[in-house]
Design a protein around this ligand. Structure first.
Ligand code: 5GP
Length: 204
């Protein structure tokens, strides 16, 4: 049974790096590539970080109910396509999603045993430094992201886990521990337990 891991964080928390580290260390994880109407930044390429589409296409797909969840973030639309969840199940992999607080709430309704993780920068000052260091955004965008961060952080209590991204290696290791433990929850082990019990002549 595929597990679903949702990671949310205010932008600048270092979440993208953490997600990349997790994906490269764990081939069982399938990253959910979202659809978005925002323009590509920096090195972003079509189909690797996002599927970049027009507002018209997004609205048409939304109206056809193709998204498991969707939200408007900083004036752009973002959505998780239903096909990623089917793909994870077909391939027997676990799905990792990097989505915002609104999307995490919607997905939790559709997939109640999804595991939710909130990543935090150690302070507002460090968040601001990180946003400036990536120098991909204008001053106006940075100011908007900082005030959105204050709002998003208030939602931390809706999540199962909170990881403070102080040192990247430490934060990655904490995330790996969460994934490892969640994967052996009893309800995710039924498929493994059944053949073991069968060897004892028992059935579930
Ligand atoms: P960015 O533009 O910085 O890549 O992402 C902005 C915000 O949109 C981040 O908080 C990110 O987690 C969120 N986001 C990315 N994809 C999705 C999605 O498919 N659904 C939702 N609800 N949020 C998303």
């Amino acid at each position: 049974m595929s597990a679903v891991f949702i990671i949310s964080a205010p932008s600048g928390s270092g979440k993208t790096r953490l997600v990349q580290e997790l994906l490269s260390s764990d081939p069982k994880l399938l990253f959910s590539i979202s659809y978005t109407t925002r323009a590509p930044r920096g090195q972003e390429r079509q189909g690797t970080s996002y599927q970049f589409i027009s507002r018209e296409e997004f609205i048409a797909r939304k109206d056809r109910d193709e998204f498991l969840e969707w939200a408007e973030v900083f004036g752009n639309f973002y959505g998780t396509h239903e096909s990623v969840w089917l793909e994870a199940q077909r391939e027997g992999r676990d799905l990792l999603l990097d989505i915002d607080v609104q999307g995490a709430q919607q997905l939790k309704v559709k997939i109640p045993d999804a595991v939710t993780i909130f990543v935090l920068a150690p302070s507002r000052e460090i968040l601001e430094q990180r946003l400036r260091a990536r120098s991909e955004d204008s001053e106006q965008v940075i100011a908007r992201r900082l005030s959105a961060a204050a709002e998003e952080i208030r939602n931390y209590h809706r999540y199962d886990y909170v990881v403070v991204n102080d040192q990247v290696t430490e934060a990655v290791s904490t995330l790996q521990s969460i994934l490892r433990a969640e994967r052996v929850r009893r309800q995710r082990m039924e498929d493994r337990i059944r053949p073991i019990l069968a060897t004892f002549g028992e059935s579930l």
